[in-house]
Design a protein around this ligand. Structure first.
Ligand code: SF4
Length: 371
């Protein structure tokens, strides 16, 4: 089976080119076509010789997954659903925080943060009770190329709309989509090294955040890596009792072990931890949980991202009333915790991780899938 071109680093390509009797610097030309000019075939790399393009065709795959679904153009949250080569479905989300000058479509350009949320697995084995990805079970790990292609696919899609975008448009990456990123460690790190490289995606390591439900050995492994990626912990409970009710991983790695690993990570990297906390009615929205969360956050000088629960079909959980959410948020602030309350669209069934895929799979079960 051919290797995918999007899993190749400049060093590997240079070696390959030299072995073919080609100039080393041709590798840079090829990567320029892929990551700056956003082409989707070797044939489009017109300053490479026809012979070299044929060699590339013979050695590497340049498979581009078709886009099955995209939310309305112009939405600040763009949701993409891709159909992979084996028929698996995977989703990515682009969150835009436009600057004032970008408030119109014509102004869509370089200013403002463009954050891409990447998926790392098809489904997920970790079974968090509130999560659509966990409900559909684990299918397989994504390859590094399939992660890199989510980034390029979103760039290409926006360029195809005719927006006048700079060479580097997506500014931030959060690895928080479908799957537990650290359970696909090798492929994830390969993909991020490509997206971080100046010849690749060009996204700075400090603008890349890896989220985990709490895989302690992999957090420690990541702490020993040279890259300065940010770490986000999906906490969702400030005590073992609450956390274990919704996150089975907590039975294997309870809070004490998780927080110890967070301390190691922070010592190795500096202040780069944040905590994600989905507020679920009458489960983790109590004053006791709020104070427990504040104590954990203060211990690490960490930022807390509060997210109000988004309903998942088939789950019994509910979003707390608005006044409870506000009280929890204000209490955290008053306890000296840097906190953001993420405003989700109320009742949007497709908005959270894994839900778009789950929806489409249900559609698929009921009728033919569009291809
Ligand atoms: S929250 Fe993350 S780790 Fe938990 S089931 Fe969902 S995708 Fe997996």
């Amino acid at each position: 089976m051919k290797k995918h071109i999007l899993s190749q680093t400049v060093e590997r390509l240079e070696e390959e080119f030299l072995a073919w009797g080609e100039q080393r610097w041709r590798a840079g030309q090829l990567l320029d076509w892929i990551y700056r000019k956003h082409v989707s075939s070797f044939a489009a790399c017109t300053n490479l010789s026809k012979t070299l393009r044929q060699k590339l065709e013979g050695h590497f795959s340049f498979y581009i997954p078709p886009l099955l679904h995209q939310s309305d153009p112009g939405d600040e949250t763009q949701k993409f659903l891709w159909k992979l080569e084996d028929g698996s479905l995977v989703e990515s989300v682009l969150l835009e925080a436009p600057s004032e000058s970008e408030s119109t479509q014509e102004g869509r350009g370089s200013a403002g943060r463009k954050t891409l949320c990447l998926s790392t697995q098809v489904g997920c084995a970790y079974g968090c009770k509130f999560c659509a990805s966990g409900r559909s079970g684990f299918v397989r790990n994504l390859t590094a190329a399939e992660m890199v292609e989510q980034f390029l696919g979103v760039e290409r899609w926006n360029r195809a709309r005719g927006y006048d975008l700079p060479e580097r448009w997506i500014s931030n990456i959060v690895v928080m989509g479908m799957g537990e990123p650290l359970a696909n460690y090798e492929e994830l790190l390969c993909a991020l090294s490509i997206l971080n490289a100046p010849w690749g995606g060009g996204v700075g390591a400090r603008k890349i955040t890896i989220s985990t439900s709490g895989l302690v050995p992999e957090i420690l492994r990541l702490a020993a890596e040279p890259e300065q990626y940010r770490l986000a912990i999906s906490l969702h409970g400030a005590s073992d009792e609450v956390r274990s009710r919704i996150m089975p991983i907590n039975r294997k790695y309870p809070l004490a072990a998780l927080l110890k690993a967070c301390g190691e990570y922070q010592r190795a990297k500096g202040r780069m931890i944040s905590f994600e906390y989905i507020l679920i009615e009458r489960l983790n929205d109590t004053p006791e949980q709020c104070h427990g969360l504040a104590a954990i956050a203060r211990r690490f000088h960490a930022h807390v991202n509060l997210i109000s629960y988004n309903r998942v079909e088939g789950c019994d959980f509910s979003r707390p009333p608005a006044e409870v959410i506000q009280r929890f948020y204000r209490e955290l602030l008053s306890l000296g915790v840097s906190t953001t309350l993420r405003q989700e669209k109320g009742g949007d069934l497709d908005a959270a991780c894994g839900q778009l895929r789950l929806r489409k799979m249900q559609d698929l079960a009921e009728g033919p899938f569009p291809s």
